[in-house]
Design a protein around this ligand. Structure first.
Ligand SMILES: [Zn+2]
Length: 329
């Protein structure tokens, strides 16, 4: 399957952020996207400095130190480039560079689990299910409405599966496992939280039946979408794991507001066969230990990552590498 190429001037950083990431042939695009992500993070940094709050100094310090250097290793015998070292702020709701890396790690972890599941349960197929609630001006209220409605839908599934008396069948009973994220947009018509879910099922959940159920649960929205994930599963799965990168489509003020409101909230959940998948803590790539490599150092300068012959070791790199140091210079 042909890889989608994201134009480097595309402001939607979520597009094509994860697939084929370590191929040498994709490295230019990848580096350009990381550069755009870093530029957006610096936009947020300036926004925070211009609109200080009690929370902003710490966030700003993190952003200032994130991704100034990227140390890649090119494994030239297999044409792969892996991110070997960098300092990250791990504020993925306001830093699209960290969001891209975290999304890639989550995608990798769930794809690996799917590979195991599909050999054990060949009858199952993945479906992308989207559930929405009506737009509104109060993000907190809309977000709570979405999470409560989702909880009720999943409770219906559990109750029926457990054979509890008086609990009706739901289309979600077809799901043998699922992973989902909560995403939000605001395109000028109010906040629009929604849920993207990968459902593993032996037969396609009915969109119309699910729509009726969802309308009765949510009380304000019948809009759901169900479609099979065909072809390269990483393309379909990506739709779910780019939720944090999508924050960078919001205005800076909206992005900060949403990040403050959702800080500490769980935006990714799973059940059934997808329960218990561990997403690695590190945002770096796994090294290919036994293979020879060239080191490639890049530094963010003038809106993009530029190759630099200098080893960042001569700067504060060694200090930054120390795990105790989260806040930058
Ligand atoms: Zn970051």
């Amino acid at each position: 399957m042909a890889k989608k190429k994201t134009p480097v001037n595309d402001t939607n950083l979520a597009g094509g952020s994860f697939t084929g990431v370590d191929e040498v042939s994709n490295f230019g695009d990848r580096l350009a996207r990381y550069g755009q992500a870093r530029t957006r993070a610096l936009g947020m940094l300036n926004h925070l400095r211009g609109n200080p709050t009690s929370e902003s100094p710490k966030a700003a310090a993190g952003l200032a130190g994130c991704g100034n250097y990227l140390h890649f290793r090119e494994y030239y015998t297999v044409d792969k480039v892996r991110l070997h070292n960098a300092q990250f702020c791990k504020q993925h709701l306001i830093c699209p560079l960290c969001a891209i890396r975290r999304g890639a790690k989550a995608l990798g972890a769930y794809l690996a689990r799917w590979e195991v599941i599909r050999t054990e349960r060949p009858e199952l197929r993945p479906y992308l299910v989207t559930l929405t609630v009506k737009n509104g001006d109060d993000l907190q209220e809309r977000q709570t409405h979405l999470t409560k409605s989702l909880k009720r839908l999943l409770q219906h599934r559990r109750s029926f599966n457990a054979g509890l008396r008086g609990h009706a069948y739901t289309e979600m009973c077809k799901a043998q496992g699922a992973v989902y994220t909560l995403e939000l947009t605001n395109k000028g018509n109010g906040w629009h939280p929604h849920c993207h879910m990968i459902v593993l099922a032996a037969s396609e959940p009915s969109q119309s039946a699910l729509s009726v159920e969802w309308a009765s649960i949510s009380g304000d929205s019948f809009i759901v979408d169900v479609r099979p994930i065909t072809g390269d599963p990483s393309e379909g799965f990506m739709e779910v794991f780019k939720y944090a990168v999508k924050f960078s489509d919001l205005s800076l003020a909206d992005n900060w507001h949403a990040a403050q409101l959702l800080k500490g909230k769980r935006l990714l959940g799973s059940f059934g066969l997808f329960r218990g998948v561990q997403i690695p803590e590190s945002l770096l790539d796994e090294p290919l230990d036994s293979l020879p490599f060239w080191d490639r150092f890049y530094r963010y300068m003038g809106d993009e990552y530029q190759f630099t012959g200098e080893s960042p070791k001569s700067h504060q790199y060694e200090v930054e590498k120390s795990k105790n140091l989260k806040v930058a210079k």
